[in-house]
Design a protein around this ligand. Structure first.
Ligand code: BGC
Length: 358
C-alpha cells in the first residue's frame, strides 16, 4: 500500500513509498484512511529532531491527525462495524500506573509509544489496523471536519485541566489570550469562545487572513504580533485570566509569564524540539507568579476522554458557527502529490493529505 514514510533522525527523508498492508487480526479493525492532517510535529520528525521507527523497522509511517472508515473487523470485535467513521488516538500505554488507568497522556515512565511519532507506525497510509479501545467513533455528520479532532484534543485537555486546577479558588474568568493561529491555537480559541470567554488570538503574520477571518467569525479578537508589543496586551485587554500557548516558540512561552493576570493560568502546549536559549527575567517573573498566585503547566497528548469532549465540542462549534470548521481545512493534497515542500511549508491553517475517497 502507499504510505508517507521517514527514516527517523535523517533530515528531509519524508517520501511516498510502497509498504506492506497491515494484516487484520481477531481483535482489531482494518481502517481505510480517508485523510490525515500535517502538523509541526510531522515537520520536526522530517527534520530529524524527533521520531522513532518501530522496533526492527528502519522507517516510520508518519501521520497522527487522522480520519478513516472501518473496512473490516476481527471475529471478536463488537463495538464497531464496517462503514463506521473513526479517529484513532495517538498514544499507546506502557505499564505505569497512569497508563493502567487510561491516562497514557500522563505517563510516568515515558515508555509509551505514539502512532506516527514514537515507535509505532502512523496513519499516513492507505490502511491501518487498530483495536477498538483506541478508536473513537465519529458521528457521520462530523466526518467532513473530524480530521481536526486530534489537534482539538490538545486544546480540550489543556483547557479542561486549567479549569480543574482553578477550582482552587472562586474563579470567574473573563479574558483569554491564545498565542498561535495554527490549528491548535484556532481550535483552542473556538473552545474558549464556546465557554463564554472573551478571546484574543495573537498570531505571527505568516498565518495571514484565513486565520484572522476564522477567529473573528467566532467572535475572537485577532492581534498581529508584528504590530503589537506583547507587553501591551494587559493594557489593551485588561487582566488575562487564561493563556493558551501554541506557537511552537519557547520565547513566547516564557513571555506569557510576564503578562498573565493575577490568579491566572498559562497552558503550555508547544513541543519545542530545538535548542533555543532565551534571556529570562527570573526574579521579576518568579515574583509576579508568587505574588499573583499564578499557575503555569505543560500539557501533551490526550487520552480518550478528551476525544469524547472534542467530539462534543465539534458538534457545538458546528451549531454555533455553521461551516466555520470546514474553513480551517485550507489545503488538500492528494497523497500521490506529496512533496517535502508541502510538509516543510505548511501554509494556511491545516494542510491535509487526501488518501482515499470517503
Ligand atoms: C501530538 C501529540 C503527541 C505530541 C508529542 C503532538 O503533535 O498531537 O499527540 O503526544 O506531538 O509527541
Amino acid at each position: 500500500m502507499k504510505a508517507i514514510i521517514v527514516t527517523p533522525k535523517s533530515p528531509e527523508s519524508a517520501r511516498l513509498a510502497d509498504v506492506p498492508k497491515p494484516e487484520l487480526h481477531e481483535h482489531g479493525a482494518l481502517v481505510r484512511v480517508v485523510r490525515c492532517g500535517l502538523c509541526g510535529t510531522d515537520a520536526e520528525i522530517n527534520q530529524g529532531l524527533y521520531g522513532e521507527a518501530p522496533h526492527g523497522c528502519d522507517y516510520l509511517i508518519l501521520g497522527h491527525e487522522n480520519l478513516g472508515r472501518v473496512e473490516a473487523i476481527g471475529a471478536s470485535v463488537r463495538s464497531i462495524k464496517p462503514g463506521d467513521w473513526v479517529v484513532a488516538t495517538v498514544r499507546r500505554p506502557d505499564d505505569c500506573i497512569n497508563c493502567a488507568h487510561g491516562e497514557s497522556d500522563m505517563c510516568i515512565k515515558g515508555e509509551y509509544t505514539e502512532r506516527g511519532i514514537k515507535a509505532q507506525h502512523g496513519f499516513l497510509a492507505e490502511y491501518y489496523v487498530e483495536v477498538p479501545e483506541y478508536l473513537v467513533r465519529i458521528p457521520p455528520e462530523l466526518a467532513d471536519v473530524a480530521v481536526l479532532l486530534e489537534p482539538l484534543t490538545i486544546a480540550e485537555k489543556g483547557i479542561w485541566q486549567a479549569f480543574k486546577m482553578q477550582e482552587r479558588m472562586v474563579w470567574q474568568p473573563k479574558t483569554a489570550v491564545v498565542f498561535g493561529a495554527g490549528a491548535v491555537g484556532l481550535l483552542a480559541t473556538l473552545a474558549l469562545r464556546a465557554r463564554g470567554l472573551q478571546v484574543a488570538i495573537v498570531a505571527l503574520p505568516a498565518h495571514g487572513t484565513l486565520s484572522s477571518d476564522i477567529a473573528e467569525a467566532a467572535g475572537a479578537h485577532y492581534i498581529s504580533a508584528a504590530e503589537t508589543p506583547l507587553d501591551d496586551l494587559p493594557k489593551m485587554l485588561g487582566p488575562i485570566d487564561v493563556i493558551f500557548e501554541a506557537t511552537g516558540s519557547s520565547s513566547i512561552a516564557m513571555k506569557t509569564f510576564e503578562i498573565l493576570g493575577v490568579n491566572g493560568v498559562t497552558i503550555l502546549s508547544s513541543v519545542t524540539g530545538g535548542d533555543h536559549h532565551v534571556d529570562f527575567q527570573a526574579d521579576k517573573v518568579n515574583q509576579r507568579m508568587v505574588l499573583g498566585n499564578m499557575v503555569a503547566f505543560g500539557t501533551v497528548n490526550a487520552n480518550k476522554k478528551y476525544y469524547d469532549m472534542g467530539v462534543h465540542d465539534l458538534q457545538k462549534f458546528e451549531s454555533l458557527w455553521p461551516g466555520l470548521l470546514a474553513r480551517c481545512l485550507t489545503r488538500r493534497v492528494p497523497i500521490a502529490e506529496f512533496s517535502l515542500d508541502i510538509l516543510d511549508h505548511r501554509i494556511g491553517v491545516k494542510t491535509t493529505i487526501e488518501i482515499s475517497a470517503p
